[in-house]
Ligand binder design. Structure first.
Ligand code: HEC
Ligand code: HEC
Ligand code: HEC
Ligand code: HEC
Ligand code: HEC
Length: 346
């Protein structure tokens, strides 16, 4: 019995000290300078930092800077949740990953430099000083390798970090695998890296774009809390029920919604008249305990109403910014309406 106590005591005293050191000195290892890994290049001084990639891949860099990937290490919710863990170092691997190119779809190992970049360009693109990408286009700036991980059918690159679920994270990767999307040829990128018309590369000296304008995949990695994504996540359908109308709120995303324990949607289902006035309604909550599973819907029956012309769903997105903290209204609301006339005809 006594022998059991000694090691666990050591663990409990050591761990908080370690975690405090990590939090207090997040920038220390990033100033390694001479030890910064260099990529195979003809341009002197090109290192693996995302800022250095941004000299030529300007638009992509600007998009990435706005992404959650770029904030994976520095964001306050992450720090707050990590501080609650008895082994915070177990959290680091996906939030400050080293290259995943030789390990995907398995989980990455944590990095020790440039921590503030979170999931940076090099995490997804650089291995042993070479740049891995979808085409293997050769250029003077760096040595390129065409990689299977970037083939359009592959989800392994994303799965490295999105398939496992340490609380408060939910495994969206497993949901996706169980869904009909892989059979339809869709993957995470189809929805989260939409195409835009522009340039992937610019001259580092003149800033001029290289090559013709073409379709490039966005690196903003837009997810929840963006109006345009939330609008794509849901669809409202109506059908006749025994004594009224059945409203079905369909999940169109590639996984359950919400996709993180820290998110919630409050929902109001209603039948409305020609002026948009509610005649009858019901409340609902979509949360981690009661998600809408991939490929399914939540259904609500409302009694038929004289003068009802449309069904309406109003969604309000909420977000828990700190452990046990209050739920913040992110100011993100979605309204879906569906005419009832189609139903009467049918
Ligand atoms: C296997 C990879 C992986 C590991 C390990 C991991 N995370 Fe994450 N984490 C993610 C992914 C992916 C997301 C994005 C999930 C989403 O937005 O739905 C995320 C998001 C988060 C967020 C939300 C951040 C925000 O933007 O508000 C928090 C908080 C968080 N993680 C905490 C932790 C903690 C604490 C640990 C350690 C117990 C941990 N993570 C370990 C992959 C990981
Ligand atoms: C989370 C992983 C991830 C991160 C981080 C990431 N990329 Fe990418 N990148 C991809 C994927 C996946 C593709 C291929 C998309 C496709 O073609 O379907 C890609 C494509 C590219 C391309 C080719 C674009 C084209 O159309 O020719 C360039 C250039 C590129 N990335 C540069 C960068 C730079 C610079 C950064 C950092 C600012 C970065 N990437 C960060 C995953 C990532
Ligand atoms: C000095 C300019 C320059 C810098 C700096 C630079 N690149 Fe490139 N990169 C290019 C050029 C030129 C191409 C080829 C033209 C194109 O694909 O647009 C290219 C192509 C790519 C591609 C597409 C490869 C493929 O498969 O087609 C990726 C991915 C990429 N770079 C990533 C990076 C990353 C990551 C960094 C930082 C470590 C980086 N680049 C730094 C100029 C640069
Ligand atoms: C090396 C680990 C890693 C890889 C690889 C990775 N992600 Fe992430 N991703 C994360 C982490 C960590 C977060 C959450 C960052 C945060 O908010 O703290 C995240 C967040 C996101 C978000 C933002 C969700 C939101 O709530 O806004 C999207 C979208 C996303 N990832 C898509 C992808 C896609 C698509 C791929 C594959 C091309 C990919 N990720 C590859 C680690 C990774
Ligand atoms: C058919 C389109 C589609 C596919 C495929 C898809 N997603 Fe999503 N995803 C969405 C939409 C839409 C949202 C926004 C939900 C919202 O705004 O509430 C989303 C949200 C997310 C979020 C944020 C979830 C949250 O509540 O914090 C992450 C992380 C994410 N997706 C990752 C992935 C990964 C990884 C894959 C592949 C395994 C993937 N998605 C496949 C459409 C898709």
């Amino acid at each position: 019995m006594i022998r059991m106590h000694a090691p666990s005591l050591t663990l409990f005293t050591l761990v908080p000290l370690l975690s405090a050191a990590w939090l207090l000195a997040p920038a220390t290892p990033s100033s390694v300078g001479a030890d910064e890994p260099k990529i195979a290049t003809h341009h002197l001084g090109l290192d693996e930092s995302s800022a250095s990639c941004g000299k030529c891949h300007k638009t992509i860099y600007d998009q990435w800077k706005t992404s959650r990937h770029a904030a994976a290490w520095t964001n306050q919710p992450y720090k707050d949740w990590m501080a609650k863990k008895s082994k915070p170092e177990s959290c680091h691997k996906c939030h400050i990953p080293s290259s995943i190119l030789d390990i995907a779809p398995k989980q990455p190992k944590p990095r020790e430099e440039r921590l503030d970049e979170g999931v940076g360009c090099a995490s997804c693109h650089v291995l042993d000083g070479k740049v891995h990408g979808p085409h293997g286009t050769q250029c003077e700036a760096h040595e390129n390798v065409k990689s299977k991980l970037f083939e359009s059918g592959s989800v392994d690159l994303c799965q490295s970090c999105h398939r496992v679920a340490p609380k408060p994270v939910i495994s969206l990767g497993k949901d996706f695998e169980k869904s009909d999307f892989p059979a339809q040829g869709k993957n995470c990128r189809s929805c989260h890296m939409p195409e835009f018309d522009g340039h992937a590369t610019f001259d580092d000296k003149t800033g001029e774009p290289l090559g013709e304008k073409r379709k490039v995949k966005s690196h903003a990695f837009v997810g929840a809390s963006h109006e345009e994504m939330t609008a794509k996540a849901f669809e409202l359908k109506v059908a006749k029920s025994a004594d009224g109308v059945k409203l079905s709120l369909q999940n169109l995303a590639g996984h359950r919604l919400p996709g993180l324990e820290l998110r919630r949607y409050d929902v109001r289902f209603a039948l409305v008249d020609k002026d948009g006035k509610e005649l009858t309604g019901k409340d609902g909550v979509i949360s981690e305990e009661e998600p809408i599973k991939v490929g399914t819907s939540i259904d609500v029956d409302l009694p038929a109403q004289e003068g009802a012309v449309a069904a309406r769903v109003r969604l309000q997105h909420f977000w828990q910014a700190a452990p046990k903290g209050k739920w913040d209204d992110k100011g993100l609301a979605l309204e879906l309406t569906k005419d009832l006339s189609a139903k009467k005809d049918g």
